[in-house]
Design a protein around this ligand. Structure first.
Ligand code: CP
Length: 427
């Protein structure tokens, strides 16, 4: 995608405007705007006049200043603080304004995440990555995000190799770690446990998943991905139809994401779960207080019809207590045939991953792997800028990143995945 297209799409996303509204705002015809957004190799493609670029830059500058002035007497870290500390335990800590402000910081991180630039704003800082449950994405991407800002990482994985196996309490572990490191990222199998870590220390603590509770950084990167993909598709998050599918009872990512979506206007949320694995009533009650239409069904085809986003989740068998697989039909699978029959050409397909990729698994099928609607790897890639933004904000260096950047000098591939080119047709 050319710089011109990226610039215009980012502008529409930041301003939360459709193409029609954006064309009106900058005083050009919709047709002219469309030609500036076409790929360079299209015969209809045109260059945007310099005066328009300057005008759009001024609007964006004004919007950034307005967003920052919301936090004029309060930093973003203070606005989202947990019990007065720079810690991230739940998406409940966010308002729409603070989510948008965090995403502006994530946008600034993009050239670093894409390995074009480097920054050392966290030089000398050490992260403690404490994972008492399995993880690939969250553990490694939090670690990589910290390193890309110049910090370093100490890890522990599983109970077996931690002194919790000898009966050490959460309080003692957290207080001891706070003497060694400057921030903690914690994943633990019990709901509420990461808040216990947070209360035992004043250093930043980030919830990387507390049992079936929350996974706030995942929900933030999911919403960031929806916003970015929608700007390419000319859609807004306000008024979107999102289908959350699968194990909504134990899938903590959908608990966090649905609460973040409730900050937007006119969302239609369709909850598609097999009997026994429905969204918990405490989450539904919370969502019901917002401007949101909620429908529940166990019928996949009906639930997915007309959705702008299909967000699939894995069945969390490891958390099952008395549940059985009765009522869980073998055909409960998000595959190409279902997506083609129930969804449109611009439906986004998301999944927090990992997914069960076996042929008959009740999960997101691998037969969608080369479908450009599948956004799962763009979603995982967005984990880096969003987690960098979280660290920079909680550690008070969000305002230093832009001027700290230098060019990266090592050789890197233009696309990190062998199949990424497939998506370029729509990117
Ligand atoms: N999405 C997610 O939390 O993945 P991991 O379990 O691999 O961290």
């Amino acid at each position: 995608m050319s710089n011109q297209q990226t610039f215009l799409r980012d502008a529409m996303r930041r301003l939360n405007m459709t193409r029609e509204a954006f064309a009106t705002r900058i005083g050009v015809s919709r047709r002219a705007l469309d030609t500036w957004l076409l790929p360079d190799d299209s015969q209809e493609s045109r260059s945007m006049p310099e005066i328009v670029e300057r005008f759009v830059s001024e609007i964006l500058q004004h919007q950034t200043e307005t967003t920052q002035s919301v936090h004029k007497h309060q930093s973003l870290a203070d606005a989202i603080a947990f019990e007065g500390r720079p810690q991230l335990l739940s998406v409940d800590q966010f308002s729409r304004e603070s989510v948008e402000a965090l995403f502006l910081v994530a946008d600034i991180m993009q050239p670093i995440a894409r390995r074009q630039k480097i920054s050392r704003v966290l030089e000398g800082a050490v992260l403690g990555n404490l994972f008492f449950e399995a993880s690939t994405r969250t553990r490694v991407s939090f670690g990589a995000a910290f390193c890309r800002l110049g910090g370093s990482v100490c890890d522990t994985t599983g109970f077996t190799f931690s002194s919790m196996a000898k009966g050490e309490s959460i309080y003692d572990t957290s207080r001891v770690m706070a003497g060694y490191v400057d921030a903690l990222v914690v994943r633990h199998p019990e709901q509420g446990s990461v808040a216990e870590f947070a209360r035992a220390t004043n250093i930043p603590v980030i919830n990387a998943g507390d049992g079936p509770g929350e996974h706030p950084s995942q929900a933030l990167l999911d919403l960031y991905t929806i916003q970015r993909e929608f700007s390419r598709l000319g859609k807004l998050v306000d008024g979107a139809h999102i289908a959350l599918v699968g194990d909504l009872k134990y899938g903590r990512t959908v608990h966090s994401l649905s609460k973040l979506l409730a900050l937007y206007k006119g969302i239609k949320l369709t909850l598609v779960a097999p009997p026994g694995l429905e969204m918990p009533s405490y989450v539904i009650e919370r969502l019901g207080k917002h401007d949101m239409v909620i429908e529940q069904t166990d019928d996949l085809e009906k639930g997915l019809a007309g959705a702008d986003v299909v967000y699939a989740t894995r069945i969390q068998k490891e958390r099952f207590q008395n549940e059985s697989f009765e009522g869980y039909r073998p055909d409960f699978q998000i595959n190409k045939a279902l997506i083609d029959s129930a969804c449109g050409a611009d439906t986004m397909i998301m999944h927090p991953l990992p997914r069960d990729g076996r042929p008959d698994a009740n999960d997101l099928s691998t037969d969608l792997n080369l479908d450009p609607r599948l956004a799962i790897f763009r979603q995982t890639d967005n984990g880096i800028p969003v987690r960098m933004a979280i660290f920079a904000t909680l550690m008070g260096v969000d305002g230093q990143v832009q001027r700290s950047m230098r060019d990266a000098t090592w050789r890197r591939p233009a696309m990190v995945g062998p199949d990424d080119a497939v998506f370029h047709g729509i990117d």
